[in-house]
Write a protein that binds this ligand. Structure first.
Ligand SMILES: *Cc1c(COP(=O)(O)O)cnc(C)c1O
Length: 434
């Protein structure tokens, strides 16, 4: 399979280049040049296929022969070391729990798959790959844990000192091995700026094979289609149209679902659910895309004002607004509505939602209320409630348990390298002390 840049369809590269570059040289995002439709036999057999086998079929269809079969099988086995259960919350409403991975958020799927693919390519090229990751919290933990101990790779996580929660910080500052955490005296934007400057620096490019691990990498997108197939198989016996509601920030998760639909999975409709950062729901109403600075909310992993995967969504619909707005509905919700939903679902069903999942839940309810359709609704529960402990405890007025996987991180000893936002110092660190 070849991958083209959304800025220039004639710029095509192979999987290795797409994954090691991340962003295309013309700043476009890579897309597969065609999306194969899986055979009817696959869909007929779906409920009986294991998660791993399902994922393998899907990945191989997109990736083709760029990775040997045994290697791809190994990568998928490594990625899917945990389940993605579908839990009934109320009549017609199901939660797809994507938080059973090591860092308790759905980003584990993408980060684990990507780390294994990059590890494979690192072996091929006999040069270590250095991954620079600026983070405001969740990405850093998923990426650091995904790459931990992967031969041929080293990760530098840059994060704003004092601006991530203790739980998040511990998840990428206690690991050691091939993971280095730079504690930057500055903001998330300063961290991101340092990374961007590094990619433009000739001396660094000469010494290191640099890449980034942000959500635009095609290797993070592919595994995000796996769990749509897996969850669909679990509810298809209900014989109702299946609607997915996806709490969205950069819109990578929903793009994984659109990919699954293009491969033939008969998803009835998608709901793009956001917090007050409602650039995409607004676009779906007005046909005007108006990116703007993000606003802070309690579902902070979705505080994105210029969603990077939006161009991929457009691309999947041939830039046709009619087609896109038919398949995707958009709704936005305030913090207050989010907290009300968390309280109502806990009081009524005893189910604890994190603030992100709660927005997915609200999207589903609003869709059913508006359309009166009789559907099976699945909302993506993207993080374990304990990851947003303070907000959840405040909202529900009770303490919640921290799962053992998180407790283990909390016991680790934080180890970071202090840094400033000056690029010269960052460069010197990489060249002389790294
Ligand atoms: C990253 C994240 C999201 C948003 O996912 P996108 O793919 O960026 O739309 C939602 N919830 C949680 C918990 C996240 O970490």
């Amino acid at each position: 399979m070849k991958f083209y840049s959304t800025n220039n369809p004639s710029l095509k590269v192979d999987l290795r280049q797409a994954v090691t570059q991340g962003l295309a040289p013309d700043n476009g995002l890579y897309m597969p040049e065609r999306i194969p439709v899986l055979p009817k036999a696959f869909f007929d057999a779906l409920p009986g296929i294991s998660f791993e086998d399902m994922a393998f079929t899907v990945a191989q269809a997109i990736i083709g022969d760029d990775i040997p079969k045994e290697e791809l099988q190994r990568i998928i086995k490594h990625t899917l070391q945990f389940d993605a259960p579908v839990v009934k919350v109320e009549e017609g409403v199901y939660s797809l729990e994507l938080f059973h991975g090591p860092t308790l958020a759905f980003k584990d799927f993408g980060a684990r798959f990507m780390s294994q693919l990059l590890g494979y390519f690192a072996k091929q090229q006999h040069q270590e790959i250095v991954i620079l990751a600026a983070t405001s919290g969740d990405t850093g933990s998923a990426v650091a844990n995904g790459f931990l101990g992967v031969p041929g790779t080293r990760v530098v996580v840059l994060y704003p000192s004092g601006k991530v929660s203790e739980i998040q910080e511990k998840q990428f500052t206690t690991l050691e091995q091939n993971i280095t955490a730079l504690e930057v005296e500055g903001t998330f934007d300063d961290c991101q700026h340092l990374v961007k400057q590094a990619f433009l620096d000739a001396d660094l490019k000469k010494k290191f094979f640099l890449t980034s691990a942000n959500s635009i990498n095609i290797a993070r997108l592919i595994p995000q289609s796996f769990y749509y197939f897996y969850s669909f198989a679990k509810v298809q016996a209900l014989k109702k149209p299946v609607v997915y509601s996806i709490p969205s920030g950069n819109f990578g998760n929903i793009t994984g679902g659109l990919l699954a639909q293009r491969m033939g999975l008969p998803i009835h409709r998608f709901i793009a659910a956001t917090n007050s950062n409602d650039v995409v729901p607004e676009y779906l109403k007005t046909q005007t895309f108006r990116p703007r600075p993000s606003q802070q909310t309690i579902s902070n992993a979705m505080d994105v004002g210029n969603p990077s995967n939006f161009v991929r969504m457009l691309e999947l619909f041939g830039k046709n607004f009619e087609a896109l707005s038919k398949d995707i509905r958009g709704y936005a919700f305030s913090d207050e509505e989010t907290q009300q939903a968390m309280r109502a679902v806990f009081a009524g069903q005893g189910y604890i939602m994190d603030p992100h999942g709660a927005i997915g839940y609200l999207g589903l309810k609003k869709y059913v209320q508006e359309t009166k359709e009789d559907v099976t609704g699945i909302f993506l529960e993207t993080a374990h409630p304990a990851k947003f402990k303070e907000v959840v405890e405040d909202t529900l007025g009770r303490t919640i348990e921290i799962p053992p996987a998180l407790q283990k991180f909390m016991q680790g000893k934080k180890k970071t390298i202090p840094a400033t936002k000056e690029f010269a110092a960052f460069k010197d660190f990489l060249l002389t002390k790294f």
